[in-house]
Design a protein around this ligand. Structure first.
Ligand SMILES: Cc1ncc(C[n+]2csc(CCOP(=O)(O)OP(=O)(O)O)c2C)c(N)n1
Ligand SMILES: [Mg+2]
Length: 1017
């Protein structure tokens, strides 16, 4: 049998290999690993360990599986394999290659059995999978971790006697330790190498990754690279950076003893690590890095990584004091605390390149900034034509508590591989100080590591002991290389500690007494690195002192300069935003009508299929009807109006991006922005074909993952990059937006005021009472209105040439009732010199309502056409009564003001009962409140009682917002005040709506009748 050849070959070469075996011992002699750290840990060689069967040499195999028919079978199999290796199963191919063909030519393996080989493979694999469990990750040494049994050689039957035996463990198509071309090694050397690779200061988790190439790439780096191979020059740079990081914190601590700064002490190696990573990334082609991070160490990152002038940081610590140059009288918002502000900087790199860094401003809400950073990065990639996504990189820094605890982390991670959300990989850094405020990890998470959530992706996770400066640098570089090579996420988990309390005022011993006993006596990473380098003779004491002196003197100098520091004028608009206006600079109101010929041309494009395309027959009909609307110019519906708005913006060179759950078809099957060929499955997106050679992404419509927080945050970040983009997020139903509440509260409604950053993001929230029950009726309009900052008691300047009402408001909220008005409100977002978020109560039943149609003439800018007034064609903030009323109608007994689809019910009822003495006006823009137009209508109907009619319960909808503002308008027009407003709507309610259709219909009927009929109370 051919295997005998193997054994003979092995025996023949056994003697010759002795010299090489000696060489291995020589290598390992430099770094002796005590037996306890050499795989034979506590569970190894225990006298009471269960007996393990002895391995049997290949030649003497008597295992039943090789007896009789089995061995015949194997011989057959081997013959087949010798003829054609691909004729046998891949596992047998491995087997024969490694134990027959290869072993025959691999000298020096004496008596290696199949079982031993397999067990060795299992052992190596166990290190690859679980080696991190034995890695020395905790700088404080407090962590008690049970080492898995499978890292114990005794578990596989090896004994002390086997340590100096030689083994061959090469495996076909494996890299690193197991690669085929590795020479035979003694078990001792194998274990030493495994320990060094997997159980040192870095714990690698990557075996959850299915891709062989990726695993092999990592194995190559992990198992064959010595991370300590830095030159003396490089070590000096790293040391310099660590000194900066460490002295920055101690300087702040001595100068501002009682100030909160959320210091980085205990995790100072983050800074040199990040800088080295940025340098490496720049070497590998990265030009822009967008960073999101929480409070911890933010000032250090700002000062030392972003190079925010230290005098500015110090001046802010002293209370900020002086106003920026030229900023007097300029809008400066409400501001934010110093550890939330963003910044950007062009930084030279070690390799002589320049890299642009932006730190995104963020709220206190941990991790909320994550998707925002991703969206901003994706937009940068679009605008820089970064097709392989290697020029723009996102880096997210996390705390251990928040990474494990916040759901948005998962929502963000899960965007990473989605075609329209991918950014070619994010580098995640966890500053894992093993505590969250006062909470221990055991109370803060159920998973072993705080990073386990990232295992849902195929992301490698590098845990590193934060005290080992060079190991930190090594994994940071590795992360940059991984991201540039594979374009997917990667996680660096710096296991460190927090030297002081959560903030500098907190006493950590109240809650973590034992940990802090250890921390008190624990030397800093800097002290350790310095003494390590001194010991090696790589640096002198004088060198170290000179770096310290240099850093201290710069810090002191900057401190002295900070006293009369005058900050630069706040840089709130980046390059793309040049010429955009801040709220105190008036931006002219523009028309949004479009030339009729353009409407016709794009109208044709959005209703045409490519030749031979076979849409579903219902869709075909829909598109035929659309074509008809364009041809006749009549009956334009909501979907067509929207498509026309997008198409005309595209024609003008803008980028349009709509994302959300099921937006391609539309939740209500009305949009059909993407159509599927019923035979081939191919898709056609008409809006991709508006202009010649249109960039594939110029119009993007994309179904998203089932996430609100993550996806809305992403779109918000996207919208902030370039003002010439209309970015929209649509909720499936408006109420689901509450899953993204943090984005509304912390970013959208207040971001401009806090951080001087504008966004024109549009949020479409389907809203309206049509009997679908509590969960699908209300988009919670009241919440957005409540967050609006327009003063309810002051009428601002409303003259069209002086009006800054929208610019001065935090956002706009509309409930639009005609397709044409929807078209104009979307276009208005771009046709102005400022950006403001727009919340749209989007319709459901109006999508197909026979009365909810517009004529194409309402979209154009032709004088005399409906909608064209003395300013041209624009969005109508208020739609006056559609009866042919003059400027003065003193016979009108009631003026009903309403908003949204209830208008159509009211109008129908008015016609039904022929209530000619009732006027109905639609407040299309609720916020900011159209005082001028409301007062115009009050004047038109001097004798009318004023009614606010809504379908929502009294404690919901617009009533609470409208009431004081309408009263202010009425007072200004001499028409009474709050008590003169009659409310007609549903009574207050805990639930948004009834779950019973019949009850809904009855309620609706009653409120409509009360609003219109004469005897309505
Ligand atoms: C969403 C959210 N919940 C609670 C807090 C309050 N908070 C601020 S820091 C912190 C602890 C964070 O722990 P960790 O993520 O480990 O970061 P560390 O402070 O340890 O660096 C908490 C609970 C917050 N800022 N955001
Ligand atoms: Mg923490």
């Amino acid at each position: 049998m051919a295997w005998f050849r193997v054994v003979q070959g092995v025996a023949r070469h056994g003697v010759r290999r002795r010299g090489l075996a000696q060489a291995y011992q020589d290598v390992t002699r430099h770094r002796p690993i005590p037996p306890s750290a050499c795989g034979f840990h506590s569970t190894a060689l225990r006298p009471k360990a269960a007996p393990v069967p002895r391995p049997v040499p290949l030649s003497r195999l008597t295992d039943s599986f090789l007896d009789g028919t089995s061995s015949m079978y194997l011989e057959e199999l081997q013959r087949a394999w010798e003829d054609d290796p691909s004729s046998v199963d891949e596992s047998w191919d491995y087997f024969f290659r490694n134990f027959v063909g290869q072993a025959a030519t691999s000298p020096g393996i004496s008596g290696q059995t199949i079982q031993e080989s397999m067990r060795l493979l299992l052992l190596v694999r166990a290190y690859q999978v679980n080696g991190h469990m034995k890695a020395r990750l905790d700088p404080l040494g407090l962590e008690v971790r049970e080492v898995p049994h499978d890292l114990d050689p005794a578990f596989y039957g090896f004994t002390e006697a086997d340590l100096d035996r030689e083994f061959f463990i090469g495996v076909w198509r494996m890299s690193g330790f197991l690669s085929e071309n590795r020479p035979v090694q003694t078990l001792r050397s194998i274990l030493n190498r495994l320990e060094r690779a997997y159980c040192g200061s870095v714990g690698y988790e990557y075996m959850h990754i299915a891709d062989r190439e990726q695993c092999n790439w990592l194995r190559d780096k992990i198992e064959t690279v010595n991370p300590r191979g830095y030159s003396k020059e490089r070590q000096k740079v790293i040391l310099d950076r660590l000194i900066w990081s460490t002295l920055f914190e101690s300087f702040l601590a001595t100068k501002w003893v009682t100030a909160k700064r959320f210091g980085l002490e205990g995790g100072e190696t983050l800074i040199p690590g990040m800088k080295e990573m940025f340098d490496r990334a720049a070497d590998l082609g990265v030009e822009n890095i967008v960073v999101g991070m929480p409070h911890r160490g933010r000032l250090n990152v700002l000062g030392n990584v972003f190079r925010k002038p230290l005098r500015h940081i110090f001046s802010e610590f002293s209370g900020g004091g002086l106003k920026a140059v030229d900023e007097d009288g300029l809008y400066s918002g409400t501001g934010d605390v110093k550890y939330h502000l963003g910044t950007s900087y062009d930084r030279p790199t070690r390799g002589g390149k320049r890299i642009h860094l932006s730190l995104v401003a963020n709220p206190s809400h941990l991790e909320a900034v994550d998707p925002v950073v991703m969206g901003k990065t994706r937009a940068k990639q679009y605008y820089s034509n970064d097709l392989d996504r290697t020029k723009n990189l996102a880096v997210l820094i996390h705390g251990d508590g928040s990474f494990a605890g916040q759901g948005v982390v998962y929502e963000t991670l899960h965007l990473s591989a989605l075609p329209n959300y991918s950014i070619g990989g994010t580098i995640h850094i966890v500053v894992n100080n093993q505590v969250a405020f006062t909470t221990d990890p055991k109370a803060g998470r159920s998973s072993q590591y705080c990073t386990d959530v990232a295992k849902a992706l195929n992301a490698p996770i590098f845990h590193v002991n934060g005290d080992d400066m060079e190991a930190v640098v090594h994994v940071f570089e590795l992360a940059a290389e991984w991201r540039q090579k594979f374009h997917t996420d990667v996680v660096v988990d710096i296991v460190c500690y927090r030297r002081f309390g959560h903030n500098e005022m907190d006493e950590p011993s109240f809650t973590q007494p034992k940990m802090y006993q250890v921390i008190r006596n624990h030397p800093s990473a800097l002290q350790m690195y310095e003494s390590g380098l001194l010991e090696l003779g790589h640096i002198t004491k004088e060198d170290i002192d000179s770096i310290h002196n240099k850093v201290s003197s710069i810090l002191n100098e900057e401190f002295n300069n900070s006293k009369d520091n005058i900050p630069n004028r706040r840089d709130w608009l980046s390059a793309y935003w040049a010429g955009f206006k801040s709220p105190e600079q008036i931006s002219r109101i523009r028309n949004t009508g479009v030339k009729p010929e353009i409407l016709k041309r794009v109208g044709e494009a959005i209703t045409t299929f490519p030749p031979n395309f076979k849409p579903h027959k219902v869709i075909k009909r829909v598109f035929d009807e659309r074509a008809q609307m364009i041809r006749t110019g009549e009956g334009v519906d909501w979907a067509v109006a929207e498509a026309l708005a997008f198409a005309t913006l595209l024609v003008e060179g803008n980028h349009v991006r709509l994302s959300g759950q099921d937006v391609e078809r539309g939740t209500f099957s009305h949009r059909h922005a993407v159509v599927h060929d019923q035979e081939t499955g191919e898709i056609h997106c008409p809006l991709d074909h508006i202009i010649i050679n249109q960039n594939e992404e110029m119009f993007t419509v994309s179904n998203s993952s089932l996430s609100e927080f993550g996806v809305l945050g992403f779109e918000l970040g996207y919208s902030m990059e370039n003002p010439n983009s209309l970015v929209l997020w649509e909720a499936q139903f408006g109420d689901f937006a509450n899953g993204a509440q943090v984005i509304f509260d912390q970013f959208l409604s207040s971001g401009e005021s806090k951080w001087l950053r504008q966004t024109g993001l549009v949020v479409l929230l389907p809203h309206g009472y049509d009997g679908q029950g509590p969960e699908h009726s209300s988009a919670r309009l009241e919440r957005y209105l409540q967050m609006s900052d327009d003063n309810p008691f002051v009428i601002p300047e409303m003259d069209p040439t002086l009006r800054k009402q929208i610019q001065e408001s935090n956002w706009q909220i509309v409930n639009v009732t005609t397709p044409a008005n929807y078209f104009h409100v979307l276009r208005r977002q771009i046709h102005r010199k400022f950006r403001k978020p727009l919340i749209v109560m989007a319709p459901k039943n109006l999508l197909r309502h026979p009365k909810c149609k517009s004529n194409l003439s309402e979209f154009d800018d032709v004088q005399g056409h409906p909608g064209f007034d003395k300013q041209g064609t624009r969005f109508k903030r208020l739609i006056k009564d559609q009866s042919d009323h003059s400027d003065l109608e003193d016979g009108i007994r009631r003026l009903v003001l309403c908003s949204g689809k209830v208008y159509y019910d009211l109008d129908e009822e008015r016609q039904a009962v022929d209530a000619k003495d009732v006027a109905i006006c639609r407040v299309e823009q609720l916020c900011p409140f159209p005082y001028d137009l409301v007062q115009r209508e009050l004047k038109r109907y001097p004798n009318a009682e004023v009614v606010w009619c809504q379908e929502e319960p009294m404690n919901m909808g617009a009533y609470s917002y409208i009431s004081p503002r309408l009263a202010t308008a009425m007072r200004g027009s001499g028409r009474g005040g709050t008590e003169d407003i009659k409310y007609i709507g549903r009574p207050p309610s805990a639930s948004t709506a009834t779950g019973f259709l019949k009850v809904h219909q009855q309620e609706q009927k009653e409120l409509i009748q009360r609003a219109i009929r004469n005897n309505g109370d």
